[in-house]
Every structure is written in C-alpha cells, then in structure tokens.
Design a binder for this molecule. Structure first.
Ligand code: GUN
Ligand code: ZN
Length: 621
C-alpha cells in the first residue's frame, strides 16, 4: 500500500494508496469538524490538501450525523470525494478523561461509514509509569483485536507510552507484529504544546526504530510547521493539524518559524490570498466569524507551503540543511537537533551514499550529520597509507589534488579539514569536495574536527607501497566505498586510467584489459561494472556486498529488469541506499550488479517498490 519514491536518509517521498486515491507523502491532513467547516474540504484541495482527517467519535455520538453517515457514507456527509482518515475518540478520552464507546465498536463504525483510513481507540493519557504501562498493554490488545474488523479500510494503530522509552519500544515492537497499515505516534500533543521538542525527538526515534520501515508513520497532532522538517527527517510521513483553526479562534497567525497574535502585527508578512487581499486593519475590524475563517485560511496556506518545502528538500537531498535552519526558530528545537547526535550510528544506516546538492554548513550542528560520521568512520577503518612518512596539509582550495605539488609529494598527505582528517586520495568523494563551509567556522566544529584529526593522525601507520597519485586514489576510493582490500582486488596487473579530456577527472579504470569501474563526476564514487563485480564477489566472502534473491526473480534480472523488494531474501547489513551491490542466488552465484534504493531493513520490510536498480546482468553460458 505504501511505496518509496525518493529519499533523503529516513525522510522519504512515498505514495500511499487508499480507496479514494493516492496520497503523496509527507503531507498534512487538515482536521475537519463535521459540525463546523469554516473552510470546505474542497477548498483545502486547492491549497494542497490531498487527504483530510475527521473524528468518527463525533459522528458516532450525534444521532443525525450517524444516521446520514451510515446511510450515504462519510464522503457524502463531508462532501468530499478524496481520501478521508478518521480518528477514534482517543483524543476526547484524553481531554475528558473517559468516553462511552467500545473500542471495537468504533473501528467497525469507521469501516461501515467507509473511512479510507481508520484509527484504533488507543489509550491516550498522561500519567505515571504504572498507569501508562496499563494503557500501553490495553492499546496493544485493542490493536490486535481491531485488525480483525478493518475490512478494506486501512487501519492506523497508534504507538503510546508517554515519555517512557521502554514503553514506547514495547508498544512499537508489538504493534509492528500486527497487520496494520499505518503507525501513528500518539500522545505527543502535551509535549508539543509545551514545546518539549527534545522529548518529542526521543519518542519519534524510539518508536521509529521498532516500526516496520515499509509502513507510513503519522505524527498525531503535529500541525505547526516548525516541527515538520525535523519530524520528516526522522521518517514521519503524515501530520495533522487542528492548529490552523484552533489558533485562528484565538486570532493567532501561523508562520514558518512561529506564531503571532493579530494585535502584535502592524502588517502581514505573508502573500497568501488573504494577506494579499486584505489590509491588516481590515482583518482586525472584521466580524469575528469572518475573521476566524480568514485567519484559518492563512494558517492552512502557511502549513501547506511548509510541507511543500519539506517535500522539495527531500527530493533535492537537503532535509538536514532545512531541519538545521529551522532549529534556530526555537531554543527547544536547537535542543532537539542536539539529541540527534546521540543517534548518529543508527541514522547512518539510512543515509544516502551521496546527494545531488552540496553539503552546506549551517552551524555547529552540521558536523554531527550522519554523513560526516560515516566519512570519519570509514577513513579511520578503511584507509591504508602508501608511504612511510606523513605530512599535514592545512585546508586549501578544493579539490586538494588540483595542487600538483601535493600529489607529487612522497608522503601520506593528510588534509586538516572542517570535517576532520582527509587523506589527499579521498579529496573528490562526497561530501569532501561537495561541501561548503565559511572561512571562519564556529569553535565547536573546529574543536570537534581537531579531535577527529588527532585521533586519525595518531593511528596512522606508515607503509612502503609507493604508487603514483592516480593509482593511490582509485585504491583508496575503492576501499572507502566497498571495504578494505577492494582496491587490491579490483585493480590488478596492467592498469589503464582513462580521464575526461574536458575536466581531467578519472572516468574509467581498465585492469588487465577489463573495464572494472567508472568514476562518477558528481560524487567521486565508482559505479561497478560486471568485470569489477566478479572480482569483488570472489574477493569478499558472503554476505559482504550481496543481495540474495529468490529463484523466481533471476530470469527477470538476467533480462535486465530491476529488482523489487519482495524478491529479496536477504541482504548485507552494510549496504546503504544508493550503494553498489552484487545480486546473488541462494547459492551465492553471481547474477547481476546494481545500485540499491533501500538498506537491508527496508528491503526485508517492503513488499512493494524497487530495491535495486540493475545495471548489468551476467550473461549465462
Ligand atoms: N490526536 C492527537 N493525539 C492523538 C493520539 O495520541 N491518539 C489518537 N487516536 N488521536 C490523537
Ligand atoms: Zn497569509
């Protein structure tokens, strides 16, 4: 039901199929109250809404609405012919302490009124550990029972557990075993109201780590654009907003970085249809009802503007930059960004090999991105020196190797960069060459880079394996990209390096007459040719670099078709999105070479969508 279309780490562009059409994620669902619709759902479509959310409990409790909904369906009741998600009454339970509806009855009801996405009656409460634990156990039980009644409706099973990590973990782990279609993270409204974003981030990560990556995650009650980038960055696909109307009732206007009361403003810093049509004084003097409608419209417009910006950032690979920039909107968001540092190792698993756009420094958080963690880790673990002696070079113009004097030095050249220690041979890989730092960087980054540099430099062991620069470069890039020893395995005997006449950059490498790899100009990494794959396949033992496929898929792959996730049996846990990978049969027989779209967890979780883009298949004898 959910398919991956593009990604930037955990953040993804996905498509969710419902009975009333497809939803492109990340997106936000405006909350529609069936009793009060100052903006019609059809008008919301024009602003960018693809799906709305309404409350089945409100309908259930109102005899007239209930009858109509049961007779003609929810879509007719709301006059909306696109996807509708329904909530269950959990939020009312949280507000009023209790509600009188049965957990299974409300799921059946959502199905009967033909909701596209229904929600279980999860137990949303604020309380001490023991109380919360009971709520989690009850939520899991209700989810297990509810799936039996979902029919052709998609079912959302909400993760609860407050700020208790073990409860969140337990709840997510148990819900992941259930055949649900969507996993909301619930119980976070009180945190967002108090702007406790650091706690919010801990909860998202704790839940996300246990939930199946193939299912969309909804952040329940997240309706302010301030949280969209960081939540999307952590893999949240859906948001919902009643904030647009709630705030409007208080004369509060939503902006990308915060909220402003109408009375605080002397002009309207926005150019939505409302703000470009009305003067601020006209707005202030309007009848209350009319004003609420106008402000609600503006608020929704701002919200959709931000969600579009998030989607664009994911497509172009700049979600980290967007989240870091957004973080300075509130000190508590700065705290939340800092929390991510603790989870670098996990975040790195989802991180693309490279991006279309350059790595942009935004401040002291940037050095803690998972791509920098990977860079330093791989250099530390995979780089091998060529000379006995080493010299330190201060950061210079990039790429460093353009300086011929450096490439001709008979010593290991280690560049002191804002990202740590960069061996001269690795100066063209992503994100080294494709990064932008200001001349003067903050002292946190400087100290961090200095620490990394020192650790690497002190660990350096000299070698006596002198080679000319280009040979050193291809060996070092291969080791960095595929693993230690890959360079020796790939480049044997007579080596010919073919360079671009225009740029002078390495394009192809021929070893003993076989074209083994090409070097990509945009990220400085190799694409693996079949001749290269054969060498790495025999050099590295199973499961390194491998993706094991079902026998049924083999003829299709040999025919040049791409590999879909449902045909993957297993996969090397070291493979990352956009890595070069070797496709093998159950007996480790080499079938093809290609580029991954997913990591292992995703390949094993998704039943739909492409896992590997096949480049070349081995011709059978
Ligand atoms: N709306 C806001 N928060 C929640 C929640 O935790 N559960 C449900 N079902 N709806 C919500
Ligand atoms: Zn506006």
């Amino acid at each position: 039901m959910f398919e991956l279309r593009a990604r930037d780490g955990l953040a993804r562009i996905g498509v969710l199929k419902t009975k009333h059409g497809r939803i492109s994620t990340p997106t936000i669902l405006p909350v529609v109250n069936p009793h009060f619709m100052p903006i019609s759902p059809n008008e919301m479509l024009r602003m960018g809404a693809q799906v709305i959310i309404t409350n089945s409990y409100i309908i259930y409790k109102d005899e007239k609405l209930k009858e109509k909904a049961l007779k003609n369906g929810l879509h007719s009741l709301i006059s909306f012919n696109k996807p509708i998600m329904t909530d269950s009454g959990s939020f009312q339970m949280y507000i009023y302490g209790s509600i009188d509806v049965d957990a299974i009855e409300i799921v059946k009801f959502q199905n009967e009124i033909k909701s596209d996405i229904g929600t279980i009656l999860d137990v949303f409460l604020e309380g001490k550990y023991e109380e919360m634990k009971k709520g989690v156990i009850e939520t899991i039980e209700r989810a297990r029972e509810s799936v039996k009644y979902k029919g052709d409706m998609l079912l959302a099973t909400t993760v609860q557990g407050g700020t208790y990590k073990d409860l969140r973990r337990r709840c997510s782990r148990e819900l992941a075993k259930i055949d649900a279609d969507l996993y909301p993270i619930g119980g976070v409204v009180p945190l967002m109201e108090k702007q406790r974003y650091a706690d919010l981030v801990e909860i998202i990560i704790t839940s996300k780590r246990e939930l199946p990556p193939s299912k969309p995650v909804h952040l329940f009650g997240a309706g302010h654009p301030m949280v969209f980038p960081i939540a999307a960055l952590l893999g949240c696909d859906l948001f919902d907003s009643s904030a647009y109307i709630k705030y409007a009732k208080d004369d509060r206007l939503i902006f990308p970085d915060g909220t402003a009361h109408l009375n605080e403003l002397e002009e309207l810093p926005c150019s939505c249809e409302i703000c470009s049509k009305y003067d601020i004084n006209e707005l202030k003097e309007m009848e209350r009802e009319e004003r609420i409608k106008k402000i609600a419209y503006h608020n929704l417009w701002q919200i959709f503007n931000e969600i579009k910006r998030v989607r664009q950032a994911i497509r172009e690979g700049t979600i980290w930059e967007l989240a870091e920039r957004k973080a300075i909107a509130h000190p508590s968001l700065i705290e939340a960004m800092a929390i991510l540092r603790k989870y670098k190792k996990w975040l790195e698993k989802w991180e693309n090999i490279s991006r279309k756009r350059a790595f942009m420094y935004t401040g002291s958080n940037s050095i803690h991105r998972p791509i920098v963690y990977r860079l330093n880790k791989r250099i530390m673990e995979r780089y091998t020196t060529f000379f006995k002696n080493s010299v330190v070079i201060n950061e210079a113009r990039k790429p460093y190797s353009r300086n011929k004097r450096l490439t001709e030095l008979e010593a290991n050249c280690i560049v002191k960069s804002p990202m740590g220690a960069i061996p001269l041979e690795l100066d063209e890989i992503y994100p080294v060459a494709q990064s932008l730092f200001p001349k003067f960087i903050d002292s946190d980054t400087r100290n961090y880079a200095r620490k990394i540099f020192k650790k690497f430099y002190e660990s350096l062991k000299g070698n006596e394996n002198e080679k000319e620069y280009d040979i050193r470069k291809i060996i070092s890039v291969a080791d960095y990209q595929f693993g230690k020893g890959a360079g020796q395995a790939l480049f044997k005997g007579k080596i010919e390096i073919i360079k671009s006449k225009k740029t002078g950059k390495i394009r192809n490498v021929i070893s003993n007459g076989e074209h083994v790899v090409s070097m990509r100009a945009h990220d400085g990494f190799f694409t693996l040719k079949m001749k290269g794959a054969i060498r790495l396949h025999s050099h590295f033992s199973f499961p390194k670099m491998r993706i094991v496929v079902k026998d049924d898929a083999i003829p299709f792959i040999r025919d040049g078709k791409n590999l879909f996730a449902k045909f993957v049996i297993d996969c090397d846990d070291g493979l990352r999105p956009y890595d070069e990978a070797i496709i093998v049969s159950k007996n480790d027989e080499l079938i093809a070479v290609g580029q991954t779209i997913m990591n292992r967890d995703e390949m094993l979780s998704f039943n739909r969508g492409m896992a590997v883009k096949i480049r070349e298949a081995l011709k059978t004898k």
